[in-house]
Design a binder for this molecule. Structure first.
Ligand code: NAD
Length: 293
Protein backbone atom coordinates (compact mmCIF):
# COMPACT_ATOMS: atom_id res chain seq x y z
CA UNK A 1 0.00 0.00 0.00
CA UNK A 2 1.68 3.27 -1.04
CA UNK A 3 -0.80 5.89 0.16
CA UNK A 4 0.71 8.29 2.69
CA UNK A 5 -1.54 9.17 5.63
CA UNK A 6 -0.96 12.16 7.87
CA UNK A 7 -2.21 12.13 11.46
CA UNK A 8 -2.52 15.31 13.50
CA UNK A 9 -2.94 14.72 17.24
CA UNK A 10 -0.95 11.75 18.53
CA UNK A 11 -2.61 11.31 21.93
CA UNK A 12 -4.43 8.30 23.38
CA UNK A 13 -6.43 7.75 20.17
CA UNK A 14 -4.31 9.25 17.38
CA UNK A 15 -1.11 7.39 18.26
CA UNK A 16 -2.92 4.05 18.36
CA UNK A 17 -4.77 4.74 15.09
CA UNK A 18 -1.45 5.55 13.44
CA UNK A 19 0.19 2.39 14.80
CA UNK A 20 -2.70 0.34 13.40
CA UNK A 21 -2.36 1.92 9.95
CA UNK A 22 1.40 1.23 9.99
CA UNK A 23 0.71 -2.43 10.83
CA UNK A 24 -1.70 -2.58 7.90
CA UNK A 25 0.90 -1.33 5.41
CA UNK A 26 0.29 2.41 5.21
CA UNK A 27 3.05 4.97 5.47
CA UNK A 28 2.03 7.28 8.31
CA UNK A 29 3.35 10.75 9.09
CA UNK A 30 2.36 12.17 12.46
CA UNK A 31 2.32 15.64 13.96
CA UNK A 32 1.59 16.71 17.54
CA UNK A 33 2.48 19.87 19.44
CA UNK A 34 3.99 17.63 22.12
CA UNK A 35 7.50 16.38 21.48
CA UNK A 36 6.82 13.41 23.79
CA UNK A 37 3.79 12.38 21.71
CA UNK A 38 5.85 12.63 18.51
CA UNK A 39 8.53 10.39 20.02
CA UNK A 40 5.92 7.82 21.04
CA UNK A 41 4.58 7.81 17.47
CA UNK A 42 8.05 7.30 16.01
CA UNK A 43 8.53 4.31 18.32
CA UNK A 44 5.33 2.85 16.80
CA UNK A 45 6.68 3.02 13.25
CA UNK A 46 5.34 6.41 12.17
CA UNK A 47 7.46 9.19 10.73
CA UNK A 48 7.05 12.38 12.70
CA UNK A 49 7.28 15.96 11.49
CA UNK A 50 7.59 19.15 13.49
CA UNK A 51 5.06 21.25 11.56
CA UNK A 52 1.86 21.18 9.52
CA UNK A 53 3.58 22.34 6.32
CA UNK A 54 5.78 19.26 6.19
CA UNK A 55 2.84 16.94 6.89
CA UNK A 56 0.65 18.66 4.26
CA UNK A 57 3.40 18.44 1.63
CA UNK A 58 3.68 14.68 2.05
CA UNK A 59 0.15 13.35 2.70
CA UNK A 60 -2.96 13.10 0.55
CA UNK A 61 -5.24 11.86 3.36
CA UNK A 62 -5.05 13.58 6.75
CA UNK A 63 -6.66 12.24 9.93
CA UNK A 64 -7.34 14.62 12.82
CA UNK A 65 -7.54 13.31 16.41
CA UNK A 66 -7.64 16.51 18.43
CA UNK A 67 -9.22 17.26 21.81
CA UNK A 68 -11.91 19.79 20.86
CA UNK A 69 -13.54 21.79 18.05
CA UNK A 70 -11.35 24.82 18.81
CA UNK A 71 -8.24 22.75 18.03
CA UNK A 72 -9.80 21.52 14.77
CA UNK A 73 -10.60 25.09 13.79
CA UNK A 74 -7.05 26.26 14.56
CA UNK A 75 -5.38 23.42 12.66
CA UNK A 76 -7.68 23.71 9.63
CA UNK A 77 -8.56 27.40 9.36
CA UNK A 78 -5.83 29.14 11.35
CA UNK A 79 -2.96 31.07 9.82
CA UNK A 80 -0.85 28.51 7.96
CA UNK A 81 -3.60 25.93 8.55
CA UNK A 82 -4.54 22.95 6.40
CA UNK A 83 -6.99 24.96 4.27
CA UNK A 84 -3.98 26.86 2.92
CA UNK A 85 -1.42 24.08 2.98
CA UNK A 86 -3.05 20.96 1.55
CA UNK A 87 -3.05 20.19 -2.17
CA UNK A 88 -6.39 20.12 -4.00
CA UNK A 89 -8.04 16.66 -3.96
CA UNK A 90 -6.63 15.88 -0.51
CA UNK A 91 -9.10 14.49 2.04
CA UNK A 92 -9.31 15.34 5.75
CA UNK A 93 -10.98 12.79 8.05
CA UNK A 94 -11.77 14.42 11.39
CA UNK A 95 -12.12 11.79 14.14
CA UNK A 96 -12.29 14.43 16.89
CA UNK A 97 -15.58 14.53 18.81
CA UNK A 98 -16.37 18.07 17.78
CA UNK A 99 -19.10 20.65 17.19
CA UNK A 100 -21.26 19.93 14.09
CA UNK A 101 -21.18 23.61 13.12
CA UNK A 102 -17.37 23.59 13.20
CA UNK A 103 -17.37 20.58 10.85
CA UNK A 104 -19.59 22.48 8.41
CA UNK A 105 -17.43 25.64 8.59
CA UNK A 106 -14.24 23.70 7.96
CA UNK A 107 -15.81 21.69 5.12
CA UNK A 108 -16.97 24.91 3.41
CA UNK A 109 -13.51 26.49 3.64
CA UNK A 110 -11.87 23.31 2.33
CA UNK A 111 -14.35 23.05 -0.55
CA UNK A 112 -13.10 26.42 -1.88
CA UNK A 113 -9.79 24.67 -2.63
CA UNK A 114 -11.31 21.33 -3.58
CA UNK A 115 -10.15 19.63 -0.38
CA UNK A 116 -12.59 16.99 0.90
CA UNK A 117 -13.77 16.75 4.52
CA UNK A 118 -15.55 14.05 6.52
CA UNK A 119 -16.45 14.22 10.19
CA UNK A 120 -15.86 10.71 11.47
CA UNK A 121 -15.84 10.55 15.28
CA UNK A 122 -15.02 7.21 16.84
CA UNK A 123 -15.92 4.83 19.68
CA UNK A 124 -13.87 2.01 21.13
CA UNK A 125 -11.24 3.88 23.14
CA UNK A 126 -7.47 3.51 22.84
CA UNK A 127 -7.81 -0.31 22.85
CA UNK A 128 -10.18 -0.22 19.86
CA UNK A 129 -7.88 2.22 18.06
CA UNK A 130 -4.89 -0.10 18.69
CA UNK A 131 -6.81 -3.16 17.48
CA UNK A 132 -8.36 -1.45 14.44
CA UNK A 133 -11.83 -2.29 15.78
CA UNK A 134 -13.28 1.16 16.42
CA UNK A 135 -16.83 2.13 15.46
CA UNK A 136 -17.01 5.23 13.27
CA UNK A 137 -19.97 7.50 12.49
CA UNK A 138 -19.41 9.42 9.31
CA UNK A 139 -20.84 12.65 7.98
CA UNK A 140 -20.09 13.88 4.46
CA UNK A 141 -20.37 13.21 0.78
CA UNK A 142 -20.99 9.53 -0.12
CA UNK A 143 -18.46 9.46 -3.00
CA UNK A 144 -15.81 11.05 -0.82
CA UNK A 145 -16.60 8.51 1.92
CA UNK A 146 -16.19 5.64 -0.55
CA UNK A 147 -12.87 7.10 -1.78
CA UNK A 148 -11.27 6.73 1.68
CA UNK A 149 -13.03 3.50 2.66
CA UNK A 150 -9.81 1.41 2.67
CA UNK A 151 -8.33 3.78 5.28
CA UNK A 152 -11.51 3.74 7.39
CA UNK A 153 -11.76 -0.05 7.12
CA UNK A 154 -8.19 -0.41 8.35
CA UNK A 155 -9.11 1.46 11.54
CA UNK A 156 -12.61 0.22 12.31
CA UNK A 157 -14.85 -2.80 12.30
CA UNK A 158 -18.15 -0.87 12.10
CA UNK A 159 -18.89 2.26 10.07
CA UNK A 160 -22.22 4.06 9.82
CA UNK A 161 -22.53 6.79 7.22
CA UNK A 162 -25.17 8.93 8.89
CA UNK A 163 -25.59 11.92 6.55
CA UNK A 164 -23.98 15.16 5.41
CA UNK A 165 -21.05 16.91 7.08
CA UNK A 166 -21.84 17.47 10.79
CA UNK A 167 -24.11 14.41 11.03
CA UNK A 168 -21.21 12.26 12.31
CA UNK A 169 -20.72 14.56 15.27
CA UNK A 170 -24.46 14.78 15.97
CA UNK A 171 -24.62 10.96 16.13
CA UNK A 172 -21.51 10.81 18.33
CA UNK A 173 -22.84 13.47 20.71
CA UNK A 174 -26.10 11.49 21.05
CA UNK A 175 -24.09 8.33 21.78
CA UNK A 176 -21.88 9.98 24.38
CA UNK A 177 -24.84 11.61 26.11
CA UNK A 178 -26.07 8.05 26.73
CA UNK A 179 -22.64 6.79 27.82
CA UNK A 180 -22.32 9.71 30.29
CA UNK A 181 -25.79 8.98 31.70
CA UNK A 182 -25.37 5.18 31.79
CA UNK A 183 -22.23 5.44 33.90
CA UNK A 184 -24.21 7.36 36.52
CA UNK A 185 -27.41 5.29 36.36
CA UNK A 186 -25.48 2.02 36.55
CA UNK A 187 -23.55 3.32 39.59
CA UNK A 188 -26.91 4.21 41.19
CA UNK A 189 -28.40 0.79 40.42
CA UNK A 190 -25.43 -1.01 41.99
CA UNK A 191 -25.50 1.30 45.03
CA UNK A 192 -29.21 0.58 45.48
CA UNK A 193 -28.58 -3.18 45.39
CA UNK A 194 -25.56 -3.02 47.69
CA UNK A 195 -27.35 -0.91 50.31
CA UNK A 196 -30.22 -3.42 50.15
CA UNK A 197 -27.75 -6.19 50.99
CA UNK A 198 -26.95 -7.81 47.62
CA UNK A 199 -23.43 -8.22 46.20
CA UNK A 200 -22.97 -5.55 43.47
CA UNK A 201 -20.69 -7.87 41.43
CA UNK A 202 -23.53 -10.38 41.21
CA UNK A 203 -26.06 -7.65 40.43
CA UNK A 204 -23.80 -6.43 37.60
CA UNK A 205 -23.80 -9.98 36.20
CA UNK A 206 -27.60 -9.99 36.40
CA UNK A 207 -27.88 -6.59 34.70
CA UNK A 208 -25.62 -7.80 31.89
CA UNK A 209 -27.95 -10.73 31.33
CA UNK A 210 -31.00 -8.45 31.52
CA UNK A 211 -32.62 -5.46 29.88
CA UNK A 212 -30.69 -2.87 31.91
CA UNK A 213 -27.37 -3.63 30.21
CA UNK A 214 -25.39 -0.99 28.30
CA UNK A 215 -21.85 -0.15 27.24
CA UNK A 216 -21.35 1.09 30.81
CA UNK A 217 -22.44 -2.18 32.43
CA UNK A 218 -20.80 -4.43 29.85
CA UNK A 219 -17.43 -2.69 29.38
CA UNK A 220 -16.84 0.26 31.70
CA UNK A 221 -17.85 -1.30 35.03
CA UNK A 222 -16.07 -4.66 34.51
CA UNK A 223 -12.89 -3.14 33.03
CA UNK A 224 -12.37 0.10 34.93
CA UNK A 225 -14.85 0.67 37.79
CA UNK A 226 -15.44 -2.51 39.84
CA UNK A 227 -11.70 -3.20 40.01
CA UNK A 228 -11.07 0.52 40.77
CA UNK A 229 -8.46 0.61 37.97
CA UNK A 230 -9.87 3.84 36.48
CA UNK A 231 -7.50 3.62 33.52
CA UNK A 232 -9.68 3.63 30.38
CA UNK A 233 -7.59 6.23 28.51
CA UNK A 234 -10.53 8.65 28.22
CA UNK A 235 -10.54 11.66 30.53
CA UNK A 236 -13.17 13.45 32.60
CA UNK A 237 -12.35 16.62 30.66
CA UNK A 238 -13.17 15.05 27.29
CA UNK A 239 -16.43 13.52 28.54
CA UNK A 240 -17.39 16.86 30.16
CA UNK A 241 -16.87 18.40 26.73
CA UNK A 242 -19.12 15.77 25.10
CA UNK A 243 -22.02 16.04 27.54
CA UNK A 244 -21.67 19.83 27.27
CA UNK A 245 -22.02 19.50 23.48
CA UNK A 246 -25.22 17.48 23.96
CA UNK A 247 -26.66 20.08 26.34
CA UNK A 248 -25.82 22.99 24.04
CA UNK A 249 -27.18 21.21 20.96
CA UNK A 250 -30.45 20.66 22.88
CA UNK A 251 -30.47 24.35 23.89
CA UNK A 252 -29.81 25.49 20.29
CA UNK A 253 -32.77 23.39 19.16
CA UNK A 254 -34.88 24.70 22.08
CA UNK A 255 -35.49 21.15 23.27
CA UNK A 256 -36.39 20.38 26.85
CA UNK A 257 -34.48 17.15 27.60
CA UNK A 258 -34.43 16.76 31.39
CA UNK A 259 -32.14 13.70 31.50
CA UNK A 260 -29.57 15.40 29.26
CA UNK A 261 -29.74 18.51 31.44
CA UNK A 262 -29.37 16.55 34.70
CA UNK A 263 -26.50 14.46 33.32
CA UNK A 264 -24.66 17.57 32.11
CA UNK A 265 -25.19 19.25 35.51
CA UNK A 266 -23.73 16.26 37.40
CA UNK A 267 -20.67 16.07 35.13
CA UNK A 268 -20.01 19.83 35.37
CA UNK A 269 -20.66 20.03 39.14
CA UNK A 270 -18.20 17.21 39.81
CA UNK A 271 -15.38 19.45 38.59
CA UNK A 272 -14.24 20.64 42.03
CA UNK A 273 -13.71 17.06 43.22
CA UNK A 274 -12.70 15.22 40.05
CA UNK A 275 -10.15 16.96 37.83
CA UNK A 276 -10.35 17.05 34.02
CA UNK A 277 -7.22 14.91 33.82
CA UNK A 278 -8.72 11.98 35.78
CA UNK A 279 -10.32 8.96 34.12
CA UNK A 280 -13.93 9.53 33.02
CA UNK A 281 -15.12 6.51 35.02
CA UNK A 282 -14.26 8.52 38.18
CA UNK A 283 -17.68 10.19 37.82
CA UNK A 284 -18.92 7.17 39.83
CA UNK A 285 -16.70 8.28 42.74
CA UNK A 286 -18.51 11.63 42.71
CA UNK A 287 -22.05 10.30 42.44
CA UNK A 288 -21.66 7.20 44.65
CA UNK A 289 -18.48 7.58 46.72
CA UNK A 290 -19.40 4.88 49.30
CA UNK A 291 -19.17 2.13 46.69
CA UNK A 292 -16.67 3.41 44.15
CA UNK A 293 -14.04 5.53 45.97
P1 NAD B 1 -5.58 13.30 23.94
O1 NAD B 1 -5.69 14.52 24.76
O2 NAD B 1 -4.95 12.07 24.52
O3 NAD B 1 -4.81 13.63 22.55
C1 NAD B 1 -4.99 14.80 21.83
C2 NAD B 1 -3.62 15.20 21.24
O4 NAD B 1 -3.79 16.35 20.40
C3 NAD B 1 -2.60 15.59 22.31
O5 NAD B 1 -1.43 14.78 22.18
C4 NAD B 1 -2.30 17.06 22.03
O6 NAD B 1 -0.95 17.43 22.27
C5 NAD B 1 -2.62 17.14 20.54
N1 NAD B 1 -2.91 18.49 20.06
C6 NAD B 1 -3.68 19.45 20.62
N2 NAD B 1 -3.70 20.54 19.84
C7 NAD B 1 -2.92 20.29 18.76
C8 NAD B 1 -2.54 21.02 17.61
N3 NAD B 1 -2.98 22.27 17.41
N4 NAD B 1 -1.72 20.43 16.71
C9 NAD B 1 -1.26 19.16 16.90
N5 NAD B 1 -1.58 18.42 17.99
C10 NAD B 1 -2.40 18.97 18.90
O7 NAD B 1 -7.08 12.98 23.45
P2 NAD B 1 -7.66 11.56 22.98
O8 NAD B 1 -8.13 10.82 24.17
O9 NAD B 1 -6.69 10.95 22.04
O10 NAD B 1 -8.96 12.05 22.18
C11 NAD B 1 -8.88 12.64 20.89
C12 NAD B 1 -10.32 12.86 20.40
O11 NAD B 1 -10.99 11.59 20.30
C13 NAD B 1 -11.16 13.72 21.35
O12 NAD B 1 -12.02 14.55 20.60
C14 NAD B 1 -11.96 12.69 22.15
O13 NAD B 1 -13.17 13.23 22.64
C15 NAD B 1 -12.17 11.61 21.12
N6 NAD B 1 -12.35 10.24 21.66
C16 NAD B 1 -11.51 9.78 22.63
C17 NAD B 1 -11.69 8.48 23.11
C18 NAD B 1 -10.82 7.90 24.21
O14 NAD B 1 -11.18 6.84 24.75
N7 NAD B 1 -9.69 8.51 24.56
C19 NAD B 1 -12.69 7.65 22.58
C20 NAD B 1 -13.48 8.15 21.54
C21 NAD B 1 -13.31 9.45 21.10
Amino acid sequence: MSQIIGIIGLGNMGCNMGATLVKKGFTVIGFDLSEQARQKATAQGMQSVSGLQDLANKSSVVILSLPKAEHVEAVCLGEQGLAQLLAPDSVVIDTTTSVPETSRLVAEAFALRNIGFLDAPVSGGPAGAAAGTMSMVIGGNETLYQSVLPVLEAMSSVRVHVGDVGAGNIAKIANNMLAAAHLITTAEALTLAEKAGVDPEKVLQAINAGSGRSGASQAMFPNWVMNKAYNSGFTMGLMRKDIGLAASLAADLQLDLPMTKQTATLWQNSHEQIADTQDFCCITQYTNPDLFS
